[in-house]
Design a protein around this ligand. Structure first.
Ligand SMILES: Nc1ncnc2c1ncn2[C@@H]1O[C@H](COP(=O)(O)OP(=O)(O)OP(=O)(O)O)[C@@H](O)[C@H]1O
Length: 255
């Protein structure tokens, strides 16, 4: 397997000399192409900071982050938007859909902005929407569909340009358990069938049990790492729950 993302000894400090918060301290790991990696840890352990540094939304204090061979910590301000557009897809807890556009227009927004062929965009939108089970709501507006459908729309929008890496921050946080399950199954399918590489931050043991590997952060450092391997999801769930309990809880854990 090919390494897609390499995090080398990154540190992230906030504040000034008199009051410094060490949000990340000497964090190193790699993500292989096609992996579905979960990041877990208690509140304040550095999960969002880590995701934001990979997303180039925030900058590291020291260390390097490589996507393939490109050092993204060395990108200049004016190169960042293009880099994100070409390489990354985002799914956040809030769906961030535009209410004045239909579901179809929301999913196809990025390629439309890039002036790609509308016919090709339409085919791609329909294909990805069908895969995510939202093919029949494309003409509706975000306020006319459920939270789960909105989140799958956000997921389709993140996938439309076939990004190298999908970054998801608590994507199931605002969903009921049935919608969360459907979203996670969609993520799993995108991961298996389209070989999408996904990095997901979550508090939720159930969500994490869909991942192929979990990294646990504690006080800005990697504390543990576990892999699902060939095990059933429920068995993996139990192991994640054990580590989370060791870390001191702070999770929801419906099975
Ligand atoms: N902009 C900022 N300025 C100062 N400190 C910050 C800032 N952002 C985060 N921190 C601090 O960095 C540490 C890590 O925060 P981070 O948001 O990454 O944690 P988290 O694991 O994502 O937490 P949660 O699960 O509650 O979202 C915390 O101590 C937090 O208070």
């Amino acid at each position: 397997m090919k390494t897609l993302l390499r995090i080398e000894d990154i540190q992230k400090y906030y504040g000034s000399r008199s009051f410094v918060t060490k949000a990340l301290h000497q964090v190193s790991f790699s993500v292989e192409e096609g992996e579905f990696l979960g990041i877990m840890g208690a509140s304040g352990s550095g999960k969002t900071t880590l995701l934001n540094c990979i997303a180039t939304i925030d900058t590291v204090t020291a260390g390097h982050i490589y996507l393939e061979e490109e050092d993204i910590t060395a990108l200049r301000e004016e190169e960042l938007a293009k880099f994100r557009q070409k390489n990354l897809g985002f799914v956040f807890q809030e769906f961030n859909l535009l209410d004045t556009l239909t579901i179809e227009e929301n999913i196809g927004l990025a390629p439309v902005i890039c002036k790609e062929d509308p016919k090709k965009i339409s085919i791609r939108v329909k294909e990805i929407a069908k895969r995510l089970g939202i093919g029949d709501i494309l003409t509706k507006f975000p306020y006319e569909v459920s939270g789960g459908q909105r989140q799958r729309c956000a997921c389709a929008r993140a996938m439309i340009n076939q990004p190298k890496l999908i970054l998801a921050d608590e994507p199931t946080g605002a969903l009921d358990s049935q919608s969360a399950r459907m979203l996670l199954e969609s993520f799993g399918a995108l991961n298996r069938e389209l070989k999408a590489t996904i990095l997901m931050v979550t508090h939720d043991v159930f969500s994490a049990s869909y991942c192929s590997r979990i990294l646990f952060l504690r006080d800005g450092e990697i504390f543990n790492e576990i892999r699902r391997g060939t095990r059933e999801r429920k068995e993996f769930f139990q192991e994640i729950l054990d580590v989370v309990t060791l870390l001191g809880g702070d999770v929801s854990n419906a099975q």
